[in-house]
Design a protein around this ligand. Structure first.
Ligand code: DQQ
Length: 475
C-alpha cells in the first residue's frame, strides 16, 4: 500500500529530532534546493531527492508548493532519471526560469556509475509546473571548456535574463588549481555559447571543486555564491560581492555565507523584489542513523538577502515565519553572572537576543539541555576573541557524533551589540549573528527530555531576550 505524503509524515510524529517548522520531504533523503521560483503567486521548491531511501543516491527532483514560503503542499516527483538518457544515473541540481510564459528547468544530467559524465539538460511544463517534458535534444550542453576539460565536475546551471539574452553560470574544477565558474550565453536556452570563466578559486583556500553557483544583482552590485566542495563531508559556502561590467565580474568583497551545515543554496527573486535563499541543512550523522531515522536533510528557513553599507551579505529569515510564533517569553536587562534556567522548554523555538558585552564579556545560550544540564548545545560568544562558538555535548552512542564544536570569527563593529537569531527545530539549529554571520548546526540529543534552556555568561547584559514557541507547519 502506498502511503499519502500526510500519512508518511505522520509516521514520524514521535521523532523529536525531526524538524516541524522547516521544510523536508515526507520521508527519505533530500539535499540541494532546486528550481526555486515564484509562479503565479505560488512558490515552487524542487529538491534533490532519493525516493528509495534516506541516503544519497537515485537523484530525482522532489517538488512542493507554498503560498507563504512556510507552509508546503507535497507534489509528485517532477524529474526522474530516464534510462538510456543523459540523466540516466541522476537528475542533478539546477534552476527554473520563466521563458516567455513557459516554465523551464535547466539541470545537470548525470550518466555513468560514478556520475562522471555530466551534461546540461532542459525540461518544460505545460500544466502549471506539475509535470515536466524533457527536451528531446538533451543534453543542450556537453562540451566542457578546455581549461577544465573533464566531465565529472561540470554542473549546477543557474540561469538569468539580461536584455535579449539568457546567461548561465556553471560550476566546475580546474585540476590542481581549484573551483571555477563558467559563464555562457544563449538566445533560446537550448544552444549555449561559452564566454569565459567568471571567477576562479584557490585550491587550498576555496576547495577543489565549486558547485551550485548563483549570480544576481543587489542594487548596483552583483553577488556570486559558490559552494566549495572539499572532498570530505564538509564544505563551505562562499560569497563574492562586486561589479559586473561587459560580462566580467570584479569582486570587491568576499565572505563566508555559512560555515558548514548549510550547503548548496539556491536563490530566486520574488514579485516583492526580495532575493530569497534556501539552503540544504545537512545531517551530521552517518548513513546507519539516517536509515534508522527514515529521513535525512532539511531546508533552511528562506532568507532575504541584502547588502549593508560595507557590502557584507545580510541574511534575514523571511518575515512570514512570524506567523508560526505562539507562546512568547520576554526578558529585558538581564545581567549575566553564572548560569540560570529561564524555565522555558521546547524543541521548536525562535530566539532573538540583543546583548551588550564588555571587553571581557561572554554570553552563553544553552539549548536542548538535559535536566542535569550535562547534555546540551551551547551558543557562545566571547568578546575578547570575537569567537562565535557552537558546541554540542551528548552522551549518545552509535554513529552519532558525541560532541561537535565549531568556532568562527564574528567581529562586531564599534559599539555594535551582539544580535543573535537562533532557530531551533528538532535536530536543526540555524544561528545567525547580526544578520551577517551564519553558523548552521545539527544536534542529536539522546531523548526528548533534553529540551531545557540555560543562560550563562559574565560581563554581559542581555538587553532583550525573546523566545517564541513555534507551531508545526504540518497541522
Ligand atoms: N548535489 C548535487 C549536485 C551538486 C551537489 C547532486 C551539491 O548537482 O553539485 O545531488 O550538494
Amino acid at each position: 500500500m502506498t502511503l499519502t505524503p500526510a500519512a508518511l509524515r505522520q509516521q514520524f510524529a514521535t521523532d523529536f529530532q525531526r524538524p516541524t517548522y522547516h521544510f523536508l520531504p515526507p520521508s527519505n533523503w533530500m539535499n540541494d534546493p532546486n528550481g526555486f521560483i515564484q509562479w503565479q503567486g505560488q512558490y515552487h521548491l524542487f529538491y534533490q531527492y532519493n525516493p528509495f531511501g534516506a541516503t544519497w543516491g537515485n537523484m530525482h527532483w522532489g517538488h512542493a508548493v507554498s503560498r507563504d514560503l512556510i507552509h508546503w503542499e507535497d507534489l509528485p516527483i517532477a524529474l526522474a532519471p530516464t534510462p538510456g538518457g543523459p540523466d540516466e544515473t541522476g537528475c542533478f541540481s539546477g534552476c527554473a526560469v520563466d521563458n516567455n510564459g513557459v516554465p523551464t528547468v535547466i539541470y545537470t544530467g548525470a550518466r555513468g556509475e560514478k556520475y562522471d559524465l555530466q551534461t546540461q539538460c532542459v525540461a518544460t511544463s505545460h500544466d502549471n509546473l506539475l509535470t515536466w517534458e524533457k527536451y528531446p535534444g538533451n543534453p543542450v550542453l556537453s562540451e566542457v571548456p578546455a581549461i577544465a576539460g573533464q566531465q565529472e565536475n561540470f554542473r549546477d546551471p543557474f540561469v538569468w535574463r539580461e536584455g535579449d539574452s539568457w546567461y548561465m553560470v556553471l560550476a566546475s574544477e580546474i585540476r590542481g588549481q581549484g573551483g571555477v565558474i563558467f559563464l555562457y550565453r544563449s538566445a533560446d536556452l537550448l544552444s549555449w555559447d561559452y564566454l569565459h570563466p567568471l571567477q576562479t578559486g584557490e585550491l587550498h583556500r576555496d576547495g577543489y571543486v565549486w558547485e551550485c553557483p548563483n549570480f544576481f544583482p543587489i542594487g548596483d552590485k552583483w553577488v556570486l555564491i559558490v559552494s566549495a566542495h572539499t572532498g570530505s563531508a564538509t564544505g563551505t559556502v562562499f560569497y563574492f560581492v562586486g561589479d559586473y561590467h561587459d560580462h566580467h565580474f570584479t569582486p570587491i568583497r568576499e565572505g563566508v555565507l555559512d560555515y558548514a551545515t548549510l550547503y548548496a543554496p539556491l536563490t530566486t527573486l520574488d514579485s516583492a523584489g526580495r532575493r530569497l535563499l534556501f539552503g540544504w541543512l545537512r545531517e551530521s550523522r552517518g548513513d546507519a542513523e539516517m536509515r534508522r531515522a527514515g529521513w535525512s536533510g532539511a531546508q533552511s528557513i528562506p532568507r532575504v538577502l541584502t547588502l549593508d553599507d560595507q557590502n557584507r551579505l545580510l541574511m534575514t529569515p523571511v518575515a512570514e515565519l512570524g506567523n508560526q510564533r505562539r507562546a512568547h517569553h520576554r526578558w529585558e536587562a538581564v545581567t549575566l553572572n553564572g548560569e540560570i534556567d529561564p524555565g522555558v522548554k521546547g524543541w521548536a523555538l525562535d530566539i532573538q537576543s540583543v546583548c551588550q558585552l564588555q571587553a571581557a564579556g561572554v554570553v552563553n545560550i544553552g539549548l536542548a539541555c538535559s535536566a542535569d544540564g550535562h547534555e546540551r548545545t551551547d551558543v557562545i560568544y566571547e568578546a575578547a576573541t570575537q569567537q562565535l562558538i557552537v558546541r554540542t555535548t551528548t552522551y549518545a552512542t552509535g554513529d552519532i557524533k558525541t560532541t561537535a564544536s565549531r568556532e568562527i570569527t564574528h567581529a562586531l563593529d564599534a559599539g555594535e551589540p551582539l544580535r543573535l537569531r537562533l532557530l531551533l527545530d528538532g535536530s536543526v539549529l540555524e544561528i545567525i549573528a547580526n544578520d551577517r554571520t551564519s553558523l548552521s548546526h545539527r544536534l542529536y540529543p539522546k531523548d526528548a527530555s533534553c529540551d531545557g534552556l540555560r543562560l550563562a555568561g559574565s560581563n554581559a547584559t542581555l538587553q532583550t531576550l525573546d523566545i517564541w514557541e513555534m507551531a508545526s507547519i504540518w497541522g
